[in-house]
Design a protein around this ligand. Sequence first.
Ligand SMILES: [Zn+2]
Length: 347
Amino acid sequence: MAIAKGYAATDASKPLTPFNFERREPNDDDVVISVKYCGVCHSDIHQARNEWGNSKYPMVPGHEVAGVVSAVGAKVTRFKVGDHVGVGCFVNSCVGLPERNVDIEQYLPGIVGTYNDVEADGSTPTYGGYSDSIVVKEGYVLSFPENIPLDSGAPLLCAGITLYSPLSHWKAGPGKKVAIVGMGGLGHMGVKIGAAMGADITVLSQSLSKKEDGLKLGAKEYYATSDAETFKQLAGTFDLIICTVGVAIDWNAYLGLLKVDGTMVLVGAPEHPAPVHAFSVIGGRKALAGSGIGSIKETQEMLDFCAKHNIVSEIEKIDIKDINEAYERVLKSDVRYRFVIDIASLG
Ligand SMILES: [Zn+2]
């Protein structure tokens, strides 16, 4: 078995530290990837710190993995050594089901997370992209388009698909007024992707501190939600609202910004349940919905869409030794807009 170098969380309260571990032996249908970059997702922090209560240690986080194929199994047909590839949030799906449902596999039982999970054998732990190599079944490897750089493209694999999927499902496009709530790692991708789909994008952010960026990335308008006037002025405006924030906000106030038959989609998950009044959705036949990442098929579609429209993430590259400091900065929203680890810094 090959030894991989990486960084791991060893328990919920300790910083991430260097960690060497064995990658599983590749099978005939596996692709071995030399990891070059890995994005830092807020859910890496939740899991490293056991904030969802299901963490297994040691844990090597990272599910925005971009790299180069270093070996392929005998039955692999779509990839060859040297190809640019990506791995997103899961490395297997529909385990135990009669067949793989390629359209909605992310919502079905039998999904295997890229880290903090076990492989289909029920025992081999999965370790993520804060490491120099990863072994993944061919069917869960994404092909990186030629014009998408591996560093700024890495965050598309979670942040990008998390926004692309609901924008596509609820048909953001010409003539549609779409609000993106929150202008962070997720939100800024929603602005870029939604604008490229042809929708009329408004950012609703706590303050106007990122207004210039928002307009530059494709938003038509930008409002501060700290200003109560915003909610009066924009009442009944939007066909679709995508809410990316992971902290509690008054969803009722935001539902008031929808048109009749409008939908508000949650992609950020606040820690505690929040009250929703029935009248917030009854008046106007509105819908409150949720959406989580996307299938492998849709993730490839998203990468190809981003390639066509030259969309990448705005990133700040870091050395892996600075990961713990980066986590603190993510928690303070002090990043424009996604940290990406340069895996070469593992040395
Ligand atoms: Zn993520």
